[in-house]
Design a protein around this ligand. Structure first.
Ligand code: NDP
Ligand code: A1CAB
Length: 306
């Protein structure tokens, strides 16, 4: 894996999940040896043991190594399962069976074109989280035996509240096993769902970029509370927990955001006064257009590969 913001988020969440299954700090017995957030070596077929237990995190700059080691060790004893290296991508991939590609879209060509990389990737599962870079583009850099899958996670993976969309895997001898590996990794750090690749730019905008959009709304709510005299720390707690609570209600089976909103809105009360102000600001179309703009931009990001 290339271990930047998302690499750290995925790996931190995965380590937490391993830790919580084995609070003693000992790694749970695993059928997989893992390198990096997601580069795993199978040791058996037990679907209950698909979570990685050894990790190789690859970065570009030597000076990042110490900082990353510190980050992972701060998560607990399982942090020592992570081996961080710089400039050793091919060596890491040679040792792995599952590789998670987490670099910027424009760096993928350089990394996948490294001498020995296509050979190192032969027969292995390559999971790309790159925005806008298609499976067809990625396949053009690797040999036909490399199985390429796209995933779109988001930063809350770091606290195991992530949302990851995975591209549907065409049927093959390895398909169900690959699907089980990917689902096990990403569902251990949040929710995981499979969708056709044609939806990926929209998913990138909605859940990949979503935490940033939500945080603008959150900041604005906090500012409103501060404007009305609330201390900032308490305003943040009130706003963030309200967002979390409403979001969790919306995820309940059969729930609908409009019903949740209507239940809050007392006739003649203060909620409807606030809601009408929101509507005056064209908040719905602004937010929906935000997703549209981000989707359109996501579709252009793969062009830096060409
Ligand atoms: N940020 C987000 O919320 C999300 C991002 N994504 C996608 O994830 C990908 C990564 O994003 P993000 O984590 O934010 O980016 P970062 O810039 O934080 O991380 C990129 C990582 O790639 C490493 N890298 C660059 N070149 C090389 C190389 N030649 N060999 C090895 N490692 C290399 C960098 O190393 P070094 O640390 O040494 O610089 C860094 O660790 C992007 O493609 C993005 O589209 C997807 C979903 C959400
Ligand atoms: O802004 C970006 O391009 C990346 C993809 C999704 C979130 N961050």
């Amino acid at each position: 894996m290339r271990c930047g913001t998302m690499g750290v988020a995925i790996l931190s969440g995965t380590l937490e999940s391993l830790q919580s299954t084995k609070p003693s700090g000992e790694p749970a017995p695993s059928k997989w040896e893992t390198h990096t957030p997601g580069t795993t070596t199978p040791r058996g077929d037990d679907a209950t043991s698909l979570l990685p237990s050894r990790f190789l995190a690859c970065v570009n700059r030597e000076e990042r190594i110490r900082a990353l080691q510190k980050t992972f060790l701060s998560l607990g004893p399982l942090g020592s399962l992570v081996e961080v290296s710089a400039g050793k991508n091919v060596e890491a991939v040679q040792q792995a069976d599952v590789i998670l590609l987490c670099c910027k879209p424009q760096h993928a060509r350089i990394i996948l074109n490294e001498s020995g990389m296509p050979e190192a990737l032969e027969g292995k599962l390559l999971i790309s989280i790159l925005a806008g870079v298609t499976i067809t583009q990625l396949k053009s850099f690797v040999n036909p035996t490399t199985r390429v899958v796209r995933a779109m996670p988001n930063t809350p993976c770091k606290i195991r509240e992530g949302m990851t969309v995975v591209s549907t895997i065409p049927s093959s001898l390895e398909a169900s096993r690959d699907q089980a590996i990917i689902f096990t990794i990403f569902s251990s750090i949040g929710r995981c769902t499979f969708l056709d690749e044609k939806h990926f730019d929209a998913c990138t905008a909605l859940s990949g970029s979503g935490p940033a959009f939500v945080c603008v709304f959150l900041e604005a709510m906090v500012d409103g509370g501060v404007m009305m005299g609330l201390p900032r720390a308490e305003a943040l707690e009130l706003a963030a927990q309200s967002l979390q609570g409403a979001a969790r209600m919306a995820l309940q089976p059969g729930a609908h955001p409009a019903q949740i909103k209507d239940a809050v809105t007392t006739p003649g009360g203060c909620t409807i006064a606030g809601l009408l102000t929101l509507e005056d600001g064209r908040v719905r179309s602004t937010i929906a257009r935000t997703i549209q703009a981000a989707t359109e931009r996501a579709s252009q990001l793969g062009q830096s590969m060409n």
